[in-house]
Write a protein that binds this ligand. Structure first.
Ligand SMILES: NC(=O)C1=CN([C@@H]2O[C@H](COP(=O)(O)OP(=O)(O)OC[C@H]3O[C@@H](n4cnc5c(N)ncnc54)[C@H](O)[C@@H]3O)[C@@H](O)[C@H]2O)C=CC1
Ligand SMILES: O=C([O-])CC(=O)C(=O)O
Length: 252
């Protein structure tokens, strides 16, 4: 059974803990001690109040479900501790210097950095952008104003520009833009909308290139404890963990 050290005991952390099947969470860490204690009690894991002590516990892989800042602060030391690293706050990798250093460290240590598909679909074949031309690539994300803690009475575009700027401004809301960018090897354009009439987190992907064109629309149900985070994002980590040991690899 794969053992997991969980970094971040919020909404996604709880969903993962509730659905342990072929993996088991043995150690948890959160900057808010009470959250780590509560999740540890509910999942038979041990809570740590200090990250270095957390890393010295016995587990195979670290799952980060905390924040872009946490992934950037701890990513390298996780890999250096000899663990693979599942990074949900993939916006962390939009910092090119950080990403290159992290990848170098993973190579040096013989470890992997896993980026789950998160709140979108289609990352598999969008990877053809790494070997063939992409001409148009746009992500349009629409969420409720409340989930971004802002007010709007009509549909409002609050950002239009490149993925790397958008993740800087909205690190909790467009991690998907970095996942798409890394998959395609091509920085995605982003429009971020709030719409008072939506009760889903909607991601529309428009892509055109040498392969043809595609339009993907994902209408995600918000997760129970954090409406800005789609439930699909947590399911995608669970699926990744369930498949880690599977010799049959589906999708590109
Ligand atoms: N890649 C994707 O498609 C998606 C990524 N996300 C990202 O996943 C992450 C987790 O999402 P949720 O569980 O919904 O968030 P959440 O806010 O419910 O939980 C995050 C937890 O991490 C803890 N945390 C934050 N920074 C920390 C640090 N530096 N050190 C230790 N603990 C820290 C917080 O105290 C909190 O308990 C967020 O960064 C979110 O933006 C969310 C949805 C989709
Ligand atoms: O969960 C979502 O719909 C997307 C999200 O928050 C992110 O990409 O950071």
């Amino acid at each position: 059974m794969i053992t997991v050290g969980l970094l971040g005991c919020g909404n996604i952390g709880h969903i993962i803990a509730k659905h342990q099947k072929s993996f088991s969470i043995t150690a948890v860490y959160d900057q808010i001690e009470a959250r780590a204690d509560e999740l540890a009690a509910a999942s038979d894991a041990r809570a740590y109040t200090d990250f270095t002590t957390f890393l010295s516990a016995d587990f195979d892989i670290v799952v980060e479900a905390a924040s872009v800042a946490a992934a950037q602060e701890y990513g390298e030391v996780i890999l250096r501790s000899g663990r693979d690293f599942v990074v949900m706050s993939v916006g962390a990798l939009s910092d090119t210097e950080f990403r290159e250093r992290l990848v170098r460290t993973a190579k040096e240590m013989g470890k992997k950095i896993y980026v789950p598909s998160g709140a979108v679909m289609g990352l598999d074949n969008i990877k053809v952008g790494q070997i063939s031309a992409i001409d148009t690539f746009l992500l349009r994300t629409t969420k409720s104003p409340a989930s971004l803690s802002i007010r709007a009475d009509v549909p409002t575009m609050i950002f239009s520009g490149k993925a790397h700027e958008c993740i800087r401004d909205y690190p909790k809301n467009v991690n998907v833009s970095e996942a798409l960018t890394l998959a395609a090897g091509h920085e995605v354009d982003v429009e971020l909308w709030v719409d008072p009439d939506v009760d889903r987190n909607i991601h529309e992907i428009f892509i055109e290139g040498e392969f043809g064109d595609a339009y993907i629309r994902v209408r995600n149900i918000p997760s129970p404890e954090n409406p800005a985070t789609s439930y699909l994002a947590a399911l995608s980590i669970l699926t990744l963990l369930e498949n880690l040991d599977n010799p049959l690899v589906i999708g590109t």
